[in-house]
Design a protein around this ligand. Structure first.
Ligand code: LLP
Length: 427
């Protein structure tokens, strides 16, 4: 049998010995570090970043990886070494980027509710651009910048009012959403911002949502964004220099799902972007890390009830929230013999005390038994980063694969980590 690649994973293949990445068997990684365990193909993340930068070709651009998708330091380090900039959404994400030595002039700070101190810290760190979400925030940035000798460069986030045709929880560019300013409001904000000291509007940005698999919403949104830039031009203190098209490019999660590559996304926008004369910023997160990561879990029990069979894993909704929060499915297969014929339908669940703790319901699954390992694919983005200690479960470990070496890039919590920040009362 030949190795079989999965379209929803980068570099993970099914071999006669089981699912492997760069020649490393997931079962071996799981036996060494325990489960639940995130395993990342760090080389594949860098490769995905390179595809983005290559797709821009001659258009002046910055590819700023969206740290929220997977903020592990080893992930950021690999991307930084490849030349990536970073999009950060909080003081904490900025701290991570700076920890791996990111050049602040390659960082964009965005977010809808920045605290005053976060803005001050961002300015003091020398971050290139702050993506400002409202006129109220323009005033706050101006105030925070009062103490520095240079003007702070900001992008104004525009809500281009388009439907990204994705899950409603992660669509962010429609009328009524909390993000950015509608086209008219944006122009009003530019006029008012012109009178605010210590601040310069140097460009416009958008982020219309996540897991987007169509080009049309981008095309429409970019055209709305450029229209705002044109109308606003006479009121700016400088020619607009940056056009931030956000992140949002989706990935396949199952066999047969649509795939859109960065170059397929950019091709229809290429002439417009090039003609704008601006430096284009992209903020991809998911399209860089999702397929390069998996969550490995162990089967604790196969529980047969009169109604159903439950495959109970040692990973739960605290380790991976996406299936529960968005009701989406990730491909799950046994690590050994992933292509064995499927048996009667099972529910694949976790150990957490909620019925919501279900990864898959009524799916035909190959026969598994206690202690077998399973792999939950396409979890390199919005996996660990959305995990919690609910049920006082320890945060899982993370392993990075480089070449065919495995490295522990985050140890599993100790029980002490669960209570380490707490204090008992002096009673
Ligand atoms: N830029 C901004 C301003 C963002 O808010 C986001 C994601 C990105 C870039 C990166 O988007 P991406 O390329 O990863 O789609 N937890 C959800 C996804 C939330 C995305 C939030 N913002 C999920 O698991 O599907």
């Amino acid at each position: 049998m030949n190795d079989h690649a999965f379209p929803f994973a980068r570099g993970f293949v099914s071999t006669p010995e089981g699912v492997a990445v760069n020649g490393v068997l997931l079962e071996d990684v799981a036996k060494r570090y325990g489960t639940p365990l995130y395993v990342y193909n760090l080389d594949a993340m860098v490769e995905a970043w390179r595809e983005w930068t290559a797709a821009f070709g001659a258009i002046p651009h910055m590819v700023c990886y969206a740290v929220k998708a997977n903020p592990n330091l080893a992930v950021l380090q690999g991307l930084k070494n490849a030349g990536s900039g970073f999009e950060v959404n909080s003081g904490g994400e900025l701290f991570r980027a700076l920890t791996v030595g990111a050049d602040p002039s390659t960082v964009v700070m965005s977010g809808v509710g920045k605290r005053f101190n976060e803005i001050v810290g961002t300015i003091e760190a020398g971050v290139a651009l702050i993506s400002v979400d409202s006129l109220e925030e323009c005033r706050r940035v101006s105030e925070a910048a009062a103490g520095v000798s240079r003007d702070v460069d900001i992008l104004l986030r525009v809500n281009p009012e388009v439907d990204a045709r994705t899950h409603p929880y992660i669509a962010t560019g429609m009328k009524g959403h909390k993000f950015g300013l509608g086209p008219d409001e944006a122009i009003r904000a530019v006029k008012e911002a012109a009178n605010l000291p210590s601040l310069r509007v140097v460009g416009f940005g958008m982020h219309i949502g996540s897991q987007i698999l169509e080009v049309e919403p981008y095309r429409e949104a970019v055209s709305n964004l450029l229209e705002v830039a044109n109308v606003a031009r006479p009121f700016l203190r400088t020619e607009p220099k940056y056009l931030d098209i956000g992140g949002g490019l989706g990935v396949p999660y199952a066999e047969g799902d649509t795939e859109v590559t960065p170059s397929q996304l950019l091709e229809p926008l290429r002439d417009t972007l090039a003609a704008s004369g601006m430096t284009v910023i992209a903020e991809p997160g998911r399209s860089i890390t999702a397929r390069a990561g998996v969550l490995v879990a162990k089967v604790e029990y196969v529980k047969r009830t009169r109604e159903k069979t439950f495959v109970i894993l040692d990973a739960g909704m605290n380790d991976l929230l996406r299936p529960m929060l968005y009701r989406v499915s990730h491909t799950i297969l046994p690590c050994r013999n992933p292509h064995a014929p499927a048996q009667d339908p099972v529910d694949i669940v976790g150990p957490v005390c909620e019925t919501a703790d279900t990864f898959a319901e009524g799916v035909a699954f190959p026969k598994v038994k206690e202690k077998d390992f399973v792999v939950i694919f396409t979890t390199g983005a919005y996996g660990f980063t959305m995990s919690s200690r609910y049920n006082s479960r320890r945060l899982p470990a993370e392993v990075g694969i480089v070449g065919n070496d495995m490295h522990l890039v985050r140890r599993r919590d100790f029980y002490e980590d669960l209570v380490g920040a707490e204090r008992m009362l002096d009673l």
